[in-house]
Design a protein around this ligand. Structure first.
Ligand SMILES: *[C@@H]1O[C@H](CO)[C@@H](O)[C@H](O)[C@H]1NC(C)=O
Ligand SMILES: *[C@@H]1O[C@H](CO)[C@@H](O)[C@H](O)[C@H]1NC(C)=O
Ligand SMILES: *[C@@H]1O[C@H](CO)[C@@H](O)[C@H](O)[C@H]1NC(C)=O
Ligand SMILES: [Zn+2]
Ligand SMILES: [Zn+2]
Length: 834
């Protein structure tokens, strides 16, 4: 049997990888105060000499799955403009250093700009950044307060908000002016929002506290609450002049007293552009000094809709930078949707900056691929089994109808514009996603094609497909890692496709919407249209922070599909409400998008006295075609639930959430068709599993066996396993490992042409090996996936290295700890994982 041998091989390899895992100490932070010290040395009277090197770099190009974000670098400072969901992760992936990121600028209080702040702040804190200032809309202050409440004390990092009304900000690199722009359509917009609310069948079906519904009555109360959708803040950033360099050799030639104290005033004078008189002779500054680099300016502006066009075009501050300005505008960054960009008033405004100004557009028409690696892996895997590993959708940039009247460049991830030393576009860091190349690379592997054929044959030779009873449930794993998103695994989220017009999500970690975009591409709106419910197992950030975006995007999708907007059913611990409420009150209205069914009301034998909740429960069962939706408390933190869904057609899917082995789950899940169970840790780490209230691989399998589950898929792997989790001797043909974007079907389904009860076990064989090399690079590769049980062959490590490049171990292993938005989670500060 190949299994034993390769399992043994694997265990060693992985064991080696692991030995760094548990024992690895958090890296000592690099001296974070280094640059502050330098500043102090210079003393308060130090006059900025202007930076030598400054560039802007696109972190996220504005596509739907990643928002728009821009990183600005100088040798003195780092800045970030906007920080949507997943930005922290993208920066980490692309090695954009956050160690001096002490200023974050936000153009608008919208989830697409602030959704990643919480993670970013924790990362900054972890890196040792002593202070970070957020500039932008005044609501930021409240938002920051909310973050502090939820993420626990943020000791060690000083956070402040610089509202747009504050005086301009100045540091070693530049001076930043905040320009508020108020929409002229405020009233119209509110009308729209209200009519959308009227469309919903039940205006406030939420059984929550009355304050939660105040917004319905009180449309104008928005401003009172500090939430003001009519404001965007633009940033005008003026680089300091860079003084010329003193030419020592020339000075010596002229006989100047180089090397003595007398030279200092001379240097100062010529750097300031003044002539000097030396021994009766006038010396011009250009004789001993290079020309200064003048001030240049860049502008970052978001213009989210037509209502902002006129105010923006008329704004006096911008006018003063258009045409002949003291500091010419080198670049304007437009975080502006295409339809606004096409408006003739907007185009004229762009033109007014003059022919020497470059324009960078970050919007939905930009290239959407921000992570080559997962595209590459998925492209290669789909060669083996396109049903289980469907190719990812790359939302192709649409052809813009834009006739550029100005020098205009569309954003791409990592595209740079350098302002100093030379003004130019730099494209060397941009990645190109070429599926052909990925395929060619795989095909070049020795024996690859033969192995694929052999595998396909094994699959075909399998038992004949059973009668085609049902294509459901179809399970799409969107996030299969724990704690924080990493390169290979994003955080918890699983989609259950129940019928052609109903689906539901089990958990909803940060970035869930982005994963849906990458999986479904342009179909994502249709999918959101069928989304009937979300189950949130517990309130740890890796399970629920993606919910806000799902709510907002779903509403957008329903509007664009012309469907009525009804609230999304969310089964969750009641504590979720407080979190939603906070965001609703301070930032963006969204409570009308959601109806919460307290998870405790679905426990066996629970008495539901609230008729509203009762109604919601019947609605839930009806829309999903379920006979039963049951929850039970699991052993993780306070208010943590698992669930079991029993469909009218007979299938039963059970989901553990995060938990230690749990008897209640075993009872609830009896005879499940499919169990999705967490397996955060490898076997041998039972103690750590208890401490962190998670399960090991064998414990999870044990639960499934006792449950008599038809099939078990493991997920929620610790991110310390950079690639694949460890295998346990308990693995059998009923056990599979989940990967992001893996799709499996019910045993009667016909995924990828495989039928009968074997479908899932073939998935298991694929999944069991794992497409991804382990941390040391000696784990199984895509190639070894093809080793069907009948082909006992150990892959040479040379091959293994081919596809699997080294992946750095997770940097923030201790990061997850404060990332708990813990609600009375016992000892949560001790828990390293969620
Ligand atoms: C996880 O999410 C990030 C965006 O946050 C994305 O770039 C990446 O491709 C995703 N990874 C996988 C394996 O889907
Ligand atoms: C234009 O800018 C000024 C200051 O920069 C600001 O006070 C004003 O409100 C802006 N005008 C509009 C119409 O938004
Ligand atoms: C659910 O499955 C059906 C049948 O395979 C398919 O048509 C539909 O698009 C799927 N929906 C989702 C959300 O995947
Ligand atoms: Zn978790
Ligand atoms: Zn958890």
């Amino acid at each position: 049997m190949w299994t034993l041998r390769s399992l043994l091989g694997l265990r060693c390899a992985a064991g080696r990888a692991m030995s760094q895992g548990p024992t690895r100490r958090p890296r000592p932070p690099k001296d974070p105060l280094r640059h502050l010290r330098t500043r102090e040395k210079r003393g308060p009277s130090w006059v900025p000499g202007g930076p030598n090197t400054v560039y802007l770099q696109v972190v996220a190009a504005g596509g739907r799955d990643a928002g728009a974000a821009l990183y600005v670098f100088s040798e003195f400072n780092r800045y970030l403009f906007n920080c949507g969901e997943g930005i922290q992760r993208l920066m980490q992936e692309h090695k954009l250093k956050v160690s001096r990121l002490d200023n974050i600028f936000l153009t608008r209080m919208h989830w697409s700009n602030v959704g990643g702040l919480c993670g970013m702040i924790l990362t900054l804190k972890e890196t040792g950044v002593p202070k970070c200032v957020l500039s932008g809309p005044p609501q930021l202050e409240k938002y920051l307060e909310a973050i502090k409440i939820f993420s626990g004390p943020l000791k060690g990092i000083d956070l402040a908000v610089r509202p747009h009304s504050a005086p301009e900000y100045q540091d070693e690199t530049m001076t930043v002016f905040q320009v508020p722009v108020y929409s002229e359509q405020v009233n119209g917009k509110q009308q729209l929002a209200r009519s959308a609310e009227r469309l919903s069948p039940e205006p406030s079906p939420d059984p929550g506290p009355a304050e939660g519904e105040q917004y319905l009555v009180d449309g104008v109360g928005q401003k009172m609450h500090g939430r003001d959708p009519s404001l965007v803040v633009a940033f005008v950033c003026k680089l300091h002049m860079k003084k010329g360099n003193f030419l020592v050799l020339k000075a010596k030639e002229l006989g100047l007293p180089v090397g003595t104290a007398a030279i200092a005033p001379i240097i100062a004078a010529v750097k300031d552009g003044k002539s000097i008189t030396f021994e009766g002779r006038e010396i011009l500054p250009e004789e001993i000094c290079t020309a200064p680099d003048p001030r240049v300016t860049f502008v970052v502006v978001e213009c989210p809709d037509e209502g902002f066009i006129q105010p923006l075009c008329e704004n006096a501050t911008f006018r003063s930078f258009q045409g002949k300005a003291e500091a010419p505008v080198a670049l304007v960054v437009h975080m502006t949707p295409e339809h606004v960009l096409l408006d003739s008033r907007y185009q004229q405004w762009m033109e007014r900056f003059g022919p020497d100004t470059q324009h960078l557009v970050l919007n939905e028409h930009c290239e959407s691929v921000h992570n080559l690696r997962s595209h590459k892996i998925q492209t290669q895997l789909s060669l083996i089994h396109p049903g289980i590993f469907p190719p990812l959708a790359s939302l192709r940039p649409q052809e813009g109808g834009l006739a550029p009247c100005v020098p205009l460049v569309r954003g791409q991830c990592l595209l740079k514009y350098q302002l100093r030393p030379r003004r130019e576009w730099q494209r060397d860091a941009i990645m190109t996603c070429d599926p052909e190349e990925f395929i060619a690379e795989a095909l070049e592997l020795p024996n690859f094609q033969e192995s694929v054929q052999e595998y396909r044959k094994t699959v075909q030779d399998g038992p004949a497909p059973a009668e085609k009873r049902s294509r459901y449930p179809e399970v799409v794993f969107l996030g299969t890692g724990s704690a924080i998103p990493m390169k290979i695994r994003n955080v918890s989220s699983t989609l259950i496709n129940i019928s052609s017009d109903a689906s539901l999500l089990l958990d909803c970690g940060e970035g869930t919407f982005g994963q849906l975009c990458r999986h479904y591409g342009d179909e994502v709106d249709q999918l959101l249209g069928t989304l009937a419910a979300v189950f949130v197992s517990h309130l740890h950030a890796d399970h629920h922070t993606g919910l806000l975006n799902i709510l907002l995007q779903r509403e957008r999708a329903l509007v664009s599909l012309g469907k009525p907007c009804h609230p999304l059913l969310v089964v969750a611990p009641t504590q979720l409400r407080a979190w939603l409420q906070q965001y609703h009150t301070q930032c963006q209205p969204l409570l009308h998008h959601v109806s919460i069914i307290p998870a405790k009301c679905l426990q066996k034998g629970a008495e539901v006295s609230n008729p509203k909740v009762e109604r919601l429960i019947s609605l839930l069962l009806e829309t999903c075609g379920l006979e039963e939706f049951q929850t039970c408390l699991v052993r993780h933190c306070k208010h943590a639930f698992g669930c079991a869904l029993v469909h009218t057609s007979g299938w039963k899917v059970v989901y553990s959430g995060d938990t230690m082995p749990c008897e209640a789950l075993v009872q609830m899940g009896k005879d499940a068709t499919l169990l999705i169970h967490e397996a955060t840790l490898e076997d041998g780490l039972e103690e750590e599993a208890v401490e962190k209230t998670h399960s090991t691989t064998s414990q999870a399998i044990g639960v499934g066996m006792r449950m008599n589950a038809g099939f078990i898929v493991l997920n929620h792997f610790s991110q310390r396993y950079a690639k694949i989790p460890l295998f346990s001797p308990d693995f059998n043909e009923k056990v599979g490992i989940a990967f992001d974007h893996m799709k499996v079907r019910d045993r009667w389904g016909r995924a990828g042409g495989v039928g009968g009860a074997e479908t899932l076990s073939i998935h298991a064989q694929v999944a069991r090996l794992g497409p991804l090399p382990s941390t040391t690079g000696t784990g199984p590769s895509i190639e070894s996936l093809l080793e069907a049980p009948s082909v006992p062959r150990v892959t040479s490590s040379e091959l293994l290295h081919k596809l699997g490049r080294q992946c750095p171990p997770p940097v923030w292993s201790s990061w997850a700890c404060p990332h708990h938005w813990a609600w009375g989670c016992p000892g949560s500060a001790r828990l390293g994982l969620t």
